[in-house]
Ligand binder design. Structure first.
Ligand code: F7E
Length: 337
């Protein structure tokens, strides 16, 4: 990997969970890492603050929904690697803002691809390599389990539909213009840096607050929903491996193990010595208009061709997340959401 020392990488969505881990991975290899960041009312960039302070990451203000801005940034920066992680990524919210989701999660991909197509090469003349963050949400209510690169898509949310567009336009640009453009179809992946809206972190933060006597109950939606949950730092390794291949190709990244939300609660509350049944309530407000029931991925092709394997198990990940949230509560860092 040292071969890439000095190469320029551009990450859209760098202030999110995956963007922050990926930026750390690439910076550690000596790359010049740039991140596109949207202006937000909340200006805290806690996930990337350490990288920013050390000068190993530079932020460029921008938004993937603004094609002109993306084009200008691409032609000025001329990166070797582009990772498109920007999206409206909260599935439940996509029913509230379907059009905004389609613009950021769907059309945003096309804006970045179009800029890659026109700029074409990096500052040293090498072809730009493009990674698209596709999602297991594209499988939706899949007809078979586990889902692989060959499983047909049947998205069940505006978010999933937008991701299918992003996926197909990436394949289309690869086939139309011979771009090195790939999609990683990543199943759910969590970590100590997951946003609080997502169910794993919502539960681990609730465990921490309940453990410290600051809260008594947490309201959740469908406890029977089942997901294949992996560890985000493992998954960003796969993103880079996909751009290191001789030929561009799409891969499923998953653990192959699924758990229910109920099992997540058992594990997380159990870590803190608490009985989840005393603290979890079901609130229909957190149910979705359409749910997915059998998401579990087959990452056999990634294991064989990329040599990729998940390293951190579901149980170990939940242990780390609960410990991190207890530490946050104890040190008053509640704003890390
Ligand atoms: O929900 C159920 C909910 O919001 C997981 C994103 O990264 O992964 C993520 O999407 C499950 C669902 O993630 C609550 O109904 C129950 O079945 O953590 P989540 P997600 O929707 O699977 C995919 C791969 C992505 O691409 C997305 O960007 O948990 N659930 N009760 C709940 N979910 C939430 N959020 N809150 C609850 O109270």
């Amino acid at each position: 990997m040292a071969a890439h020392a000095g190469a320029i990488a551009l990450i859209t969505g760098v202030s999110g969970q995956d963007g922050s881990y990926l930026a750390e991975l690439l910076a550690a290899q000596g790359m010049q890492v740039y991140g596109l960041v949207r202006r937000k009312a909340d200006t805290s960039n806690w996930r990337i603050q350490a990288l920013l302070d050390s000068g190993r990451l530079s932020v460029i203000p921008g938004d993937v929904t603004d094609g002109g801005a993306v084009m200008r940034i691409m032609s000025q920066l001329r990166p070797r690697f582009v990772f498109n992680l920007a999206a409206q990524s909260f599935v439940h919210y996509s029913w509230d803002v379907p059009l905004a989701t389609a613009e950021a999660t769907g059309l945003g991909v096309l804006n970045v691809l179009e800029a890659v197509r026109q700029v074409r090469t990096d500052a040293t003349g090498q072809a730009i390599r493009f990674y698209q963050a596709s999602s297991s949400e594209m499988f939706g209510n899949a007809a078979s389990e586990p889902q692989s690169e060959n499983t047909p898509f049947h998205p069940r949310s505006p978010y999933g539909v937008a991701k299918v567009f992003g996926h197909h336009i990436t394949v289309n640009y690869r086939e139309s213009y011979e771009l090195f453009a790939v999609s990683g179809i990543l199943f759910n992946h969590e970590s100590e840096r997951r946003g609080l809206a997502f169910v794993t972190r919502k539960v681990t933060m609730a465990v921490a607050l309940i453990k410290r006597g600051l809260q008594d109950k947490v309201a959740l939606g469908n406890l029977d929903a089942r997901r294949d949950w992996g560890y985000a730092p493992d998954y960003v390794r796969a993103m880079q491996l996909m751009l290191e291949q001789d030929e561009p190709r799409d891969f499923v990244i998953a653990t192959g193990v699924s758990n229910t939300v109920r099992e997540l609660c058992e594990a997380a509350f159990g870590e803190a010595g608490l009985d989840w049944q005393k603290h979890v309530e079901v609130d229909p407000a957190f149910m979705r208009p359409a749910e997915l029931h059998i998401l579990r991925g087959d990452s056999g092709m990634a294991q064989a061709m990329l040599g990729w394997e998940p390293e951190v198990s579901f149980g170990e990940m939940i242990r780390r997340m609960v410990a991190a949230d207890i530490d946050r509560v104890d040190s008053g860092r509640h704003w890390e959401v």
